[in-house]
Design a protein around this ligand. Structure first.
Ligand code: FAD
Length: 285
């Protein structure tokens, strides 16, 4: 392993390093993915740009329109944040389900998103929440909705010289209920076989808004607005929940890996979308 380690202590320093070294450089945050890839010789950057000394990248900041989270925020801090637990409990749930506590104490949110491993938990919760990613380079900053940021298998919309500098979650409808169901098919600390994030707002007797994201079973987490809209203005009966669960199971192209076949994952999507909506309807979340 022959690389130069740069440790800029300012955001402009980090961006200049990336602008200078481009494709040859790799950003290093918590290192839980990068170090493994280096050891296994899956990547061979000539420069590692560690962003650990860049100040103010680990914020969890409430603003009137929503919540800003810094990319260096570790997943353990997100799991334990009282603001996230109160305002976006499914995100605290999803972060709390990642690997084990040693991983969560090291892994950052920005690293999790930039890695774009399909078998991840936080991106599914963030998609349901309508999150946006800010990417910054010497050329300026741009905001990317998460559905456009996650392009495919281990692929994002980030340019080689761009850093994630913020993740924004817009405020949810007051009183919304939300949950994240991670299904693990192997061990208790495993990555997800499927992940389902669901958010529902209710009126007197009916559901006024529903958002459901499914991840880990497919290349990138997915929402199906046409299926979600079946719930709008309706009571969430067992029949309707079954129809929505079937809509997700039938429409998502599932993948096959060591955690389950494509056919099995389709069934697990049906089961877990159903369970998530049942939980929300019954007021358990
Ligand atoms: C044993 C184990 C179990 C795991 N289990 C789970 C699980 O159950 N669920 C789950 O979701 N994840 C799981 N993970 C993945 C883990 O969450 C990620 O590896 C971690 O979040 C990556 O963050 P990091 O800070 O370590 O990133 P790094 O390893 O430092 O970087 C990862 C990638 O992101 C890039 N990067 C990092 N920060 C930025 C930034 N700000 N801007 C641009 N690019 C950036 C790096 O260049 C690299 O390409 C597991 C990992 C391990 C090792």
């Amino acid at each position: 392993m022959n690389y130069e380690l740069l440790q800029p202590d300012s955001l402009s320093g980090a961006m200049e390093a990336l602008a200078q070294h481009g494709d040859e450089a790799k950003v290093l945050a918590g290192g839980t993915a990068v170090v493994l890839m280096l050891q296994q010789k899956l990547i061979a950057p000539t420069v590692l740009v560690s962003i650990g000394r860049v100040p103010d990248l680990d914020h969890i900041r409430t603003e009137p329109d929503g919540l800003h989270i810094g990319p260096l925020t570790i997943l353990r801090d997100m799991e334990r944040s009282s603001v996230i637990q109160r305002r976006f409990p499914l995100l605290a749930q999803a972060c709390g389900e990642v690997g084990n506590v040693r991983i969560r104490n090291q892994a950052t949110l920005g690293g999790n998103l930039a890695e774009a491993d399909y078998a991840s938990d936080p991106p599914t919760a963030l998609l349901a929440l309508g999150a946006q990613v800010t990417a910054t380079s010497v050329r300026g900053a741009r905001t990317i909705p998460l559905e456009d940021f996650l392009v495919g298998f281990y692929t994002t919309d980030l340019e080689p010289d761009e850093l994630i500098t913020d993740i924004f979650i817009p405020a949810s409808t007051p009183g919304s209920r939300m949950t994240y169901l991670k299904y693990k098919s192997r061990s208790s600390e495993d990555r997800p076989c499927t992940g389902v994030a669901a958010i529902a707002a209710f009126g007197a007797k009916t559901c006024t808004d529903l958002r459901v994201a499914v991840g880990a079973a497919c290349e990138v987490p997915q929402r199906l607005p046409a299926v979600e809209s079946l719930a709008r203005g309706q009571a969430l009966t067992d029949e309707l929940i079954g129809e929505i669960a079937a809509g997700y199971a039938d429409s998502i192209e599932t993948l096959e890996d060591i955690r389950g076949s494509a056919r099995y994952r389709t069934q697990m999507i049906r089961v877990h979308v159903y369970r998530a909506l049942e939980e929300l309807r019954n007021g358990h979340r």
